[in-house]
Design a protein around this ligand. Structure first.
Ligand code: F6P
Length: 372
């Protein structure tokens, strides 16, 4: 019987655990099912241009190549969060950035490469692209990744646990210096328009306040919570600020709008610091953790989750069950329709049990203080 030949790619922002998925899928696929895997370079770039070589281009993956990569951060295949084939950005004659649909080119190139299908490891954007390709007849299996933990249909995505751990160890360090100098330290974490990283890192790091996009804040309420800490004798404060945080009635702080539709967030904590300095008799400092949260070796939890996802993806391909995304539900690995995952973003419910626990501990959210 002819071996099943599939492409495998990583799309969207990188995160710890991508290599562990590639590793598991390739080992299970080759050793158990006799498949062949073409590693596609830089997300869709390797499918949009078959001569794409940055740095190496597409290549057949072997068990020997993937076996040692479980502890390696980033992705051996490279990635990009700017090459949606349905909204591909090119310059028109006047030099203006315009979007065109080049998805047919991807399908034609897959045919030329003799690939039967594709495993796409990516975030919500990649899952939406995968669902659109599926509607065009491409056989595709999705694997959810993101530090933001905002992909619908799965309880958790890998990358999130590592990012939270990095943020917690940063908070621990920042508390030492905030305490020494009697300062208010604002720690800006990633997460786009969801507050999962901020909430988990803030709880685990013992923050005094957590500001998330799902609960717009009131600057005076935040300042008042810090004043109350001072009254109780605490001379410093740790405030974890999600990059998508916004004031009540305001908008998130945007650095730039990237052609292709993505907003680049940043500056939320600095914007808050400037206002807090006017309201508090305190030294306010800002630490932006940024891409540090996306790098480095994955945590044991993420390695295990990514390995389970990679295994499950290879099994779906072996059974010819296309159009599915692997997911974690109540501790078990399941698969759900790609469409379902593509249609839902997982945002925090303001009544989420972790938020109630945080409030019960006296952690402020910048709205009115509710103790559970
Ligand atoms: O989606 C992952 C993420 O790290 C977000 O938390 C963040 O807003 C964004 O990607 C940053 O993207 P970039 O790597 O393009 O700066």
């Amino acid at each position: 019987m002819k071996a099943k030949r599939v492409g495998i790619l990583t799309g969207g922002g990188d995160c710890p655990g991508l290599n562990a998925v590639i590793r598991a899928a390739v080992i299970v696929g080759i050793e158990k099912h006799g498949m062949e895997f073409l590693g596609i370079e830089d997300a869709m770039n390797g499918l949009l241009d078959l001569n794409y070589r940055r740095p190496r281009g597409n290549r057949w993956l072997s068990v020997e190549e993937v076996k040692p990569i479980i502890s390696k951060g980033g992705t051996i295949l490279g990635t990009s969060n700017r090459n949606d084939p349905f909204r591909y950005v090119v310059r028109n004659e006047e030099g203006k950035a315009v979007e065109i649909d080049v998805s047919d080119r991807v399908l034609e190139n897959l045919r030329q490469l003799g690939l039967e299908g594709l495993i796409s490891i990516g975030g919500d954007g990649s899952m939406r692209i995968a669902a659109r390709f599926m509607r065009k007849g491409l056989q595709i299996v999705g694997v959810p990744k993101t530090i933001d933990n905002d992909i619908g249909g799965t309880d958790q995505s890998f990358g999130f646990d590592t990012a939270v751990n990095i943020a917690v160890s940063a908070i621990d360090r920042l508390r030492d210096t905030a305490e020494s100098h009697d300062r208010v330290m604002l720690v800006e974490v990633m997460g786009r328009d969801t507050g999962w990283i901020a909430l988990h890192a803030g709880l685990a790091g013992g923050a005094d306040a957590i500001v998330i996009p799902e609960i717009p804040y009131h600057i005076e309420s935040l300042a008042q919570s810090i004043r109350e800490l001072y009254k109780k004798g605490q001379s410093h404060a740790i405030v974890v600020v999600s990059e998508g945080a916004k004031e009540r009635g305001g908008e998130a702080s945007v650095i730039e709008e990237v052609p292709g539709g993505m907003l680049r967030l940043g500056g939320a904590a600095e914007r808050m610091a400037q206002k807090l300095r006017q309201l508090l008799d305190a030294d306010v400092r800002v630490a932006v953790l940024g891409h540090i949260q996306r790098g480095g070796s994955p945590s044991a939890f993420d390695r295990v989750l990514a390995t389970r996802f990679g295994h499950a993806a290879a099994e779906l391909v072996a059974r010819g069950q296309w159009g599915r995304m692997v997911a974690l539900r109540n501790g078990s690995i399941v698969d759900i329709p790609l469409e379902e995952a593509a249609q839902s973003r997982k945002r925090l419910d303001p009544m989420h049990p972790l938020i109630l626990t945080a409030r019960a501990l006296g952690i402020a959210f910048g709205d009115e203080s509710i103790r559970g």
